[in-house]
Write a protein that binds this ligand. Structure first.
Ligand code: PLP
Length: 431
């Protein structure tokens, strides 16, 4: 405090200022809107180069720590943390595409992302072609146009548990220097790291497995740092042409990290979906136990899926961990340490049986969320996929009796006991 006899209000807002730094082992929570500059030149330097921290929307040490943690786990060069998974998807796509551009996307994607592409991006002049047969590289190739700026898919998709052949699809993109963006929310970097297989960018809803506790929303964009201005510059004029007022191009300033630098400088902070440092801290805490949780959840899920597949009341189980799943071989190639914990199964009793199921479960929680430590159930046909036509739902593997499970870390015997109790009346009804 620099004033000799500060008044009450001055003491209230200044007395705690400039505490000595201590070496906190856990990531400190920098819950502050901005950071004090050392001197006049420091402020000018920060605004000129972006180095250091000035204002939390453009950078914060707690957020930065989690970005480094997630970049490392995804084998990426750098990451940008944002406020939600949807913000991660929109930030990643707006980093590579603008008005007049085109995106090729798997049709087997999160409904919120589909809506973003169909409604919002369409109004911004960004058109999307959706691919149903994502296993066929020719289907991707045939959809690519001269103005295509990204291929987009999920590593493991809901509801059919389709697994993306990341190497095959990224190879199609490489033919014309188009980046593959993979939403790895269901896969998690514990099971699969798409950047190691040729994808250029990974996005996550950190609200799911990364946090794991289901108490915050968050999202992340991780980039491979392999942007090649010579090969891909024609697809990314905003990265290779000089900036406003003669500023050197993003590629000239950041080389292979041009994409993620552009996301950090020009997309995330401008559209403004900045994460709270407190939420960033909570995500970072979750990520520390990601491997333990996903390993356990995958083991539980496999046991539950096998059990369900053996029940008379159950018509089908779409879990990629089962040998009966059409993508089981692909899953074995790409996933290590388990097959994930989110899948659907279909009851023979249709809508009535599905309704009884969600009403009767006790250990499972009925809610729209996934990747939580708790086991969750949702009826996609009347919720997430209600706005689809019946024909579309059939293609997506969502039928009246279909239920989505997200298996948690509970004792698997308790999960199976819950399911046994609930399916017993259904079993009698079918018999
Ligand atoms: C939940 C989810 C999103 C959206 O994430 P939010 O954090 O809810 O904004 C995107 N993609 C997938 C695969 C998701 O499961």
């Amino acid at each position: 405090m620099t004033v000799d006899s500060p008044g009450f209000a001055t003491k209230a807002v200044h007395a705690a200022r400039n505490q000595d730094a201590a070496s906190s082992r856990a990531t400190p929570i920098y819950l502050t809107a901005g950071f004090e500059f050392d001197d006049f030149d420091h402020a000018a330097d920060h605004f000129g180069t972006g180095a250091g921290f000035g204002y939390t929307r453009t950078g914060n040490p707690t957020v930065r720590a989690v970005e480094r943690q997630l970049a490392a786990l995804e084998s990426g060069a750098d990451a940008v943390l944002v406020a939600s998974g949807q913000a991660a998807v929109s930030t990643a796509l707006l980093t590579v595409a603008g008005a007049g551009d085109h995106i090729v996307s798997s049709t087997h994607i999160y409904e919120g992302t589909r809506g973003l592409l169909l409604d919002n991006f369409a109004r911004l002049g960004i058109e999307t072609t959706f691919i149903d047969d994502i296993r066929d590289p020719d289907a991707w190739r045939a959809a690519i146009r001269p103005n295509t700026r990204a291929l987009f898919a999920e590593s493991i998709a809901n509801a059919r548990n389709d697994v993306l052949d990341i190497a095959a699809v990224s190879a199609v993109g490489d033919e014309t220097a188009i980046p593959l963006i993979v939403d790895n929310t269901l896969g998690t970097p514990f099971l699969v790291r798409p950047l190691e297989h040729g994808a250029a960018i990974v996005v996550h809803s950190a609200s799911k497995f990364l946090a794991g506790h289901g108490s915050v929303l968050g999202g992340v964009i991780v980039d491979d740092g392999r942007f090649d201005a010579a090969a891909a510059g024609h697809n990314a004029p905003h990265l290779v042409l000089p900036g406003r007022a003669g500023l050197a191009s993003v590629a000239a300033r950041h080389g292979g990290n041009a994409r993620i630098a552009y996301a950090r400088e020009s997309v995330a902070p401008r559209f403004g979906a900045s994460p709270s440092p407190l939420n960033a801290f909570l995500i970072g805490q979750g990520v520390e136990t990601l491997g333990l949780r996903v390993e356990r959840q995958s083991r539980n899920a496999l046991e539950v899926a096998r059990w369900l597949a053996a029940q008379d009341a159950v018509e089908s189980v779409d879990y990629v961990g089962l040998e009966s799943h059409p993508d089981h071989a692909l899953a074995t190639k790409y996933l290590g340490g388990g097959f994930g914990s989110i899948f659907t199964f279909t009851l023979k009793g249709g809508l009535d049986a599905a309704r009884a199921f969600v009403q009767d479960v006790r250990v499972f929680t009925h809610m729209t969320h996934i990747g939580d430590v708790r086991s969750l159930v949702l009826h996609p046909g009347t919720t997430s996929h209600a706005s689809r036509t019946e024909e579309e739902r059939e293609i997506l593997g969502v039928r009246p009796g279909t239920l989505r499970l997200s298996i948690g870390i509970e004792d698997v015997a308790d999960l199976i006991a819950d399911l046994t109790r609930v399916l017993e009346p259904a079993r009698e009804a079918v018999a």
